[in-house]
Design a protein around this ligand. Structure first.
Ligand SMILES: [Zn+2]
Length: 667
């Protein structure tokens, strides 16, 4: 950040009539910028009524924003904001924001020169009040930009909140209790609206800036942000050999418990890490955790209105059958039926020799169907991060279901349809169900899975067959193993039940993430020590390979026992190793491979098929069907956005003059 905010300098020079850059004008030395015009602005009495409680009584025009007279300032949108900001924010951050704004609009004047407010004061107010602005969907006002209009101590700044501090000393019984800072924040077991969810995730990010980062994976049909939060000792980066896990909630908009649990989980990881919980610290330091509390915020919005309308949350909603308000996205697409159906492809080719059940390309015809923006965003996300393990949270039953979700027989709706990794999936599903407070016990069972589940886990297809589900897609298209957790029969329970839900699931949520460290991991390199990306790791007896990531690193979730592992890559001789995994292991067994280049003409060079399928795998929306489709919907959306301005917008527009679009967050 430059010491001198250049735009202000230029602005001031223009205002005082200095034409051209004068080299002798060094703004770092106050008083050297002598205007060449004869009439020098003088200090004047501060008379703007909303700024009258500043700790000084003299100001100067032009002010820091370049408003030339008191009248200009008084009729500006900036001042209008000052006059209403207290009511807009519902009393929060009063009078901090107002006084900060006054220090720009009516800056302190001493000996006929303007003093500028301190950057540090601005930053403190920004930190304290940023969220209040976010909650009313207002952008942080441009004229409170700490880097632009404020200066550092070395430039002789003053604290605009000085008067306030004195007042506070006098009256300790201040009106507002500042929000709790630091790690000791306790969880609030209430429902979070979409904007409250976003602000809760951003708060966790702020509080745990060293280990947390929020990021958007895309937008919903109605333009809502699909915001994820990541926890890692190195947020924003994939670290070699560190497994990545993800949790996805609220895919069905009316199934809201998972969404809340994931918000609490983010808050919990942050606070426990900071308060020195060793288990959480180890988990975060060795795992990259991604949490997407809501995959379907549009559906949630609808579900909330439905839930408020009547008490349908109280009765047991049938698992499928009648359409539930808010279950689908805004286009009425069931997101858990909207992924490419790769399972059918696997079934149709399962008798072919050397056919594998991994990295199945998305068939081109998929793109000519309706692809929801939420599905599209999640697919891109799944393809871009080397996820190892995942859970996807629903309600309507109490069970963990695992792939396949699609029945291997088209006419059999309840047919056990295992993947080649059935042992691993049973292990993973069991870890969740058994660490859950009640899930694995018979008495706790509810919903339609009862007939087929065992100890709280069930094969998806055996429960009921689903095509285009997300867990099958994860398994068949990427290296990621995903299960579906059904958190209870009540999809939208009363708020009083949320604490109980957290209590029941907290241990399971942690233990399941720790399971990313089961099995083996390692790095595949060539003889020169270069990492090999996309090498296949095969396990004898399991027709499902995983591939190595950018850094040549791979993870293979495996049950305890003896396994024969092969690493291969086109142009290299395959390497085979044997491992024995003990029943109890805390970290993945390390198994690295060095691949020798294969002599020309050998079998390993006949890898054309895998090259072909690699090219097919890379194809993602090859005809730009989705882009074409969303371009139209984005047009609609921006039209909608124009009519759906925040509630305070008309107030500022009615005043006349250019519309203050700088108040809008996503303009
Ligand atoms: Zn669901």
């Amino acid at each position: 950040m430059p010491l001198v905010p250049v735009p202000v300098l230029v602005l001031l020079q223009m205002l005082v009539g200095v034409s051209g850059a004068l080299p002798q004008c060094d703004p770092r030395v106050r008083g050297m910028c002598k205007p060449t015009v004869e009439e020098k602005p003088k200090c004047a009495d501060l008379v703007l009524s909303y700024c009258e409680d500043m700790a000084y009584s003299q100001t100067m025009f032009p002010n820091i924003l370049g408003q030339k007279t008191r009248k200009d300032a008084e009729s500006s949108v900036e001042y209008l904001l000052v006059s209403v900001v207290d009511s807009l924010l519902g009393g929060r951050c009063n009078p901090d924001v107002r006084m900060l704004a006054c220090s720009v609009l009516t800056p302190r004047c001493e000996r006929n020169s303007v003093l500028r407010p301190c950057q540090s004061a601005c930053e403190a107010v920004h930190k304290k009040c940023r969220r209040a602005f976010e909650e009313i969907q207002m952008a942080w006002p441009y004229f409170l930009d700490c880097d632009r209009f404020f200066v550092g101590d070395e430039e002789g700044c003053y604290d605009p909140l000085e008067g306030l501090r004195e007042q506070e000393d006098e009256a300790v019984a201040a009106t507002e209790v500042p929000p709790p800072e630091g790690p000791a924040a306790s969880l609030q077991f209430t429902y979070h609206s979409n904007s409250e969810m976003i602000s809760a995730l951003k708060t966790a990010e702020d509080r745990c800036a060293d280990i947390a980062r929020t990021y958007s994976i895309g937008r919903s049909m109605e333009g809502r942000e699909l915001l994820a939060i990541e926890f890692s000792n190195n947020p924003g980066e994939h670290e070699p050999l560190e497994p990545e896990v993800k949790y996805v909630g609220n895919m069905h908009g009316d199934e809201v418990v998972g969404r809340q649990l994931l918000i609490y989980l983010a808050q919990y990881l942050c606070s426990e890490y900071q308060s020195g919980n060793e288990r959480i610290q180890t988990l975060v330091n060795t795992t990259r955790i991604h949490i997407l509390p809501s995959m379907n915020p549009d559906g949630y919005e609808l579900a909330v209105s439905g839930a408020n309308g009547d008490s349908y949350g109280d009765e047991e909603v049938p698992r499928y059958g009648s359409w539930n308000v808010g279950r689908n996205n805004a286009q009425n697409i069931d997101l858990n039926r909207n992924f490419p159906d790769l399972t059918s492809i696997v079934y149709s080719r399962r008798r072919q020799r050397s056919f594998h059940t991994d990295h199945i390309p998305i068939p081109d015809n998929y793109w000519f169907g309706k692809v929801a923006p939420e599905t599209y965003a999640v697919m891109k996300w799944i393809r871009s991060v080397p996820f190892v393990l995942s859970a996807n949270f629903h309600s309507g039953d109490l069970v963990v279901s695992y792939p396949y979700d699609l029945s291997k027989h088209p006419l059999e709706q309840n047919m056990f349809s295992p993947t080649p990794d059935d042992k691993v999936f049973k292990l993973l599903a069991g870890i969740y169900a058994n660490t859950h407070k009640t899930m694995s016990s018979d008495e706790a069972r509810c919903g339609s899975s009862r007939a087929n589940s065992q100890k709280g886990i069930v094969n998806g297809a055996q429960w009921y067959s689903v095509a285009g589900g997300m867990q099958d897609f994860n398994y068949l298209h990427t290296n990621c193993f995903e299960v579906t957790v059904e958190l209870g029969c009540d999809k939208f329970p009363p708020e009083e039940d949320l604490f109980g839900a957290w209590h029941d699931n907290q241990e399971a949520l942690i233990a399941f993430m720790e399971a990313a460290h089961r099995g083996i991991k390692g790095i595949v390199k060539d003889e020169e020590g270069n990492v090999i990306k996309g090498a296949r790791i095969s396990v004898r007896g399991i027709r499902h390979d995983v591939t190595s990531a950018e850094n040549g690193d791979y993870w293979r979730l495996l049950p305890p026992g003896i396994h024969i592992i092969t690493a291969s890559a086109p142009g290299y001789a395959r390497a085979i190793k044997k491992v024995r995994l003990p029943p109890r292991m805390q970290t993945a067994g390390r198994l690295d491979f060095v691949l020798r280049e294969a002599p020309p003409g050998s079998d390993e060079h006949k890898g054309e098929n895998s090259f072909l399928s690699a090219a097919a795998y890379e194809r993602f929306d090859p005809y730009n069907q989705y882009a074409r489709y969303t371009m139209t919907s984005e047009l609609n959306q921006s039209r909608e956005e124009r009519s759906e301005k925040p509630w305070w917008w008309n107030y500022f527009v009615s005043v006349g003059g250019p519309a203050p679009t700088w108040l809008l967050k996503h303009y």
